[in-house]
Write a protein of this length. Sequence first.
Length: 272
Amino acid sequence: MRQTLTVLAMLTTAVAFTSVAVGAPQTHRHAIHEATSAATRTPANLARDKYRHPAETLAFFGVEPDDTVVEIWPGGGWYTEILAPLTLAKGTLYAAGPWPNGLKGVQTLQAANPAVYGKVKLAAFPWAEGQPKVADGTADAVLTFRNVHNWRMGAGRPDKADYSAEAFAQMFAMLKPGGTLGIEDHRLPEGASAERERTSGYMKVSTVRRLAEAAGFRFVAASEVNANPKDSADWADGVWTLPPSYRLKDVDRAKYEAIGESDRMTLKFRKP
């Protein structure tokens, strides 16, 4: 009997640990699964789940259906197709990007399916005076996928100046105390030259942590859910050599297709 109780205790502990490890209770993981399986997702985006692991990533970040979520630089709306149905009934989703042209992808989704995307609020990021913004201290979660390298490279700035510190400060301001910052980005090996962060599209984990912690965030955890050991991160044309960009077009395409999308860090921070 004692042995049976011991085994049951061990199983209970294992289940509890699993729930904590993925970052979301069972009910929220179910809601995330439903959102990633939404019929409104485009087939081309669904095909990339094997590289991007959206259900596991959002569970790790602990995103909940009733959260106020800010998606920073949503691009064509790959994650918006998941976050919009996830937050549709009980939560709020902001899409924040370069104002106004950086949000065309989300606006296209809104025009095509207002029932699912019509509630998504649009805001400027980085924000400047006179532009719509996410009010300070209102977000439960701020998420950005493969974008920190853009700010480090000065994307969108005529002088290509690094504005990553400014970006992290603005994300910190958006969050409520206790709110989560979730970051996924292409991972540069720690031993590589830091100069490669300015040209390759890859970032060191240590750099991202330094930027976040300088803005006031506290590091919570890292996940290897988006790791890809096949990616050496030393391509002459940077991360865009790999899918989905295929910068070299048909040159060695089969080779890069076999490697898959980039090796990525997945980091969780909290605003104290």
